[in-house]
Design a protein around this ligand. Structure first.
Ligand SMILES: [Zn+2]
Length: 586
């Protein structure tokens, strides 16, 4: 059998062949693998078998390693075998909780350090979690074998281990950026990617720049669609291997899924997993034993990186009833439902109100409404500053609903000045980051009307926005509680407190291959997440991904602008009637 073969112009990986019945359906040739025998270490302390050197699982079996207190074994978790042996440059694994991937990659880390002599960075979300992680998960594996223990004996630093041959294992948290510097490595494992500090991940990745080996494995329980392991450059760029097991009745291979395999009952103990083909029920012990006959099947042959995903339906230890409890408690508790999708199914999920959807925006569209015309009151303007200047402006209805009046993308600051100078009465809040001289100048030119908005994650305030006093000749500032502000933005849309024009889907930058343009696209990117901070407190915040989100920011600044009522400026003709040049009333 050639290692790779072509059929219909498609490149198939080794071991797979085209299935004649289905379009693009792949089936793997059945190869029965022999049961692995335990090997005894040779007198030299190494292994006579070359295979054991190449395969972390056989090495761990031969060494009699203990992981999480039990002898290392793939029994019931045979899905680990291919993954732990995979040497692809980049592997992404959105996974359910308790599917033994962390312990497998710790085993692989120790194998690759001692057998391949590759330097490793094992990356965790926070530094505070790193020391307990080393004590609870890494040290017991090392201590479970005399050879391994003596190999790492010279270590006194808990977050830096070194083998006798001076091969390094660094354990780091993503929150301390300077501890991610000056540690050149060959291999990185990012464990719990979705909880990591996004801004510091590029810095971490650069630690492999000097290596010709460069192997990155990204593991995570997924969180929100489009974020972390579920990003366009994560799972969606991968070849998306899913785990199939054969039905014990009819023998046909299938992925156990929530949508197709599960029959929901009235309670957790009434749910069953059924064969897609013969409808025979999978018992808990059969889900475990069938893993021994399972196989990984790629779903996306054009994937550029390697991807594996598995849910708890393939867990050898989780009974279906305890998995499904999360679904039923989740029907009354949105947080538990999210946890069911993330932890049990290994799938991204957002609760209503945690992320915009095209449907939420569509509901605010008023087909008869269009942009422009003479504003029927003060105009409230939000401005996001990037390569371009995104300007969104609305008026308020008498019920306080924001009615979109203008959306403009400007290249130069004088365009914004021109736009503002044509308005009778307005409040404008401009993004203060990145700091621009031009924004300050506008604030000075239009005192009390143009404000610099500072987005803060945790300002020490109880309000969504705090307005500093207006001083003539100085830029005026307002401090914005970012989380509160973005929470209010989505709440307003969900409550129908925003009116968008009939062509809302086609506003903003033109996008190809999407059924909306830039405005919708930008609004969909951020997601509200809750996570533990360095002090162990659960905090909510709106998390960005790599895609642009300028309209979402402009919209938020516009909302902030509506919190302030403009001063009433009486027109020149009326002022002249009163014999004054101008009349300003609060
Ligand atoms: Zn069947």
């Amino acid at each position: 059998m050639p290692p790779v073969f072509f059929r219909f112009g498609i490149l198939f990986p080794s071991g797979y062949e085209y299935h004649p019945k289905g379009i693009g359906y792949l089936t793997r040739r059945v190869v029965k693998s022999k049961p692995v025998k335990k090997r005894k270490p040779s007198s030299t302390g190494g292994f006579s078998s070359v295979r054991a050197l190449a395969r972390p699982d056989e090495w761990a079996l031969g060494m009699g390693l203990k992981v999480d207190g039990k002898p290392f074994s793939l029994e019931g978790r045979e899905y680990i075998r291919q993954v732990i042996r995979d040497t692809s440059p980049e592997i992404v694994i959105p996974k359910a909780a308790q599917t033994a991937f962390t312990v497998s990659f710790l085993t692989r880390t120790l194998h690759w350090i001692t057998q391949r002599k590759w330097h490793h960075l094992y990356l965790l979300p926070l530094k505070t979690g790193a020391i307990p992680f080393v004590q609870a998960r890494i040290d017991p594996i090392i201590d479970s074998n005399e050879i391994l223990r003596s190999n790492f004996a010279s270590v006194d630093n808990r977050l830096h281990k070194q083998s006798k041959e001076n091969i390094n294992l660094y354990i780091r948290g993503t929150n301390i950026v300077n501890e991610l510097q000056e540690i050149p490595v060959d291999v990185e494992v990012w464990d719990e990617r979705d909880r990591m500090v996004e801004e510091n991940l590029e810095e971490a990745r650069h630690r492999m720049d000097g290596s010709h080996i460069k192997r990155l494995t990204i593991l995570s329980t997924p969180t929100a669609p489009g974020h972390g392991v579920d990003a366009e450059d994560g799972w969606w760029a991968s070849d998306q291997h899913l785990w199939e097991i054969p039905c014990p009745g009819c023998g046909r291979f299938q992925v156990l899924t929530f949508e197709d395999s599960l029959k929901l009952g009235d309670a957790a103990d009434e749910c069953v997993l059924e064969c897609l083909f013969c409808k025979r029920q999978f018992q808990d012990h059969e889900r475990r034993t069938q893993n021994a006959h399972g196989r990984w099947v790629p779903q996306n042959l054009t994937g550029k990186i390697r991807g594996y995903h598995i849910s708890q339906f393939n867990s050898p230890t989780q009974p279906l009833v305890s998995i499904m409890k999360g679904w039923y408690t989740g029907q009354r508790d949105a947080r538990k439902l999210k946890s069911f999708f993330n932890q049990s199914l290994g799938r991204p999920y957002t609760a209503a109100g945690d992320q915009f959807t095209p449907q939420i925006l569509d509901k605010c569209v008023s087909p008869a409404h269009s942009l422009g015309g003479i504003p029927d009151g003060p105009v409230y303007i939000g401005v996001d500053v990037g390569t371009h200047i995104h300007v969104k402006a609305s008026t308020l209805t008498r019920f306080g609903t924001r009615r979109t009046w203008a959306m403009k993308i400007m290249r130069e600051w004088h365009e914004l000045d021109q736009f503002l100078s044509g308005l009778m009465s307005f409040i404008c809040v401009i993004d203060a980051h990145p700091e621009k001289r031009a924004a300050r100048d506008l604030s000075i030119k239009y005192p009390g009307k143009v404000w610099l908005g500072f987005e803060m994650d945790r300002p020490q305030t109880q309000e969504m926005a705090v307005w500093n006093p207006v001083k003539y000749g100085e830029a005026t500032k307002c401090i914005i509680d970012r989380t509160m502000a973005f929470d209010q933005v989505i709440k307003d849309y969900m409550d129908g407190k925003v009116i968008l024009p009939g062509n809302a889907r086609w506003l903003g930058e033109e996008l190809v291959n999407k059924d909306y343009n830039g405005f919708y696209f930008h609004m969909l990117q951020m997601v509200r997440v809750e996570r533990e901070d360095a002090q162990g407190r659960i905090r909510a915040f709106w998390q960005k991904n790599k895609n642009p989100d300028h309209w979402h920011h402009a919209d938020m600044f516009e909302l902030i602008a509506t919190m302030r009522r403009p001063t009433l400026e009486v027109s020149r003709e009326i002022s002249e009637l009163f014999g004054r040049t101008s009349l300003v009333a609060s």
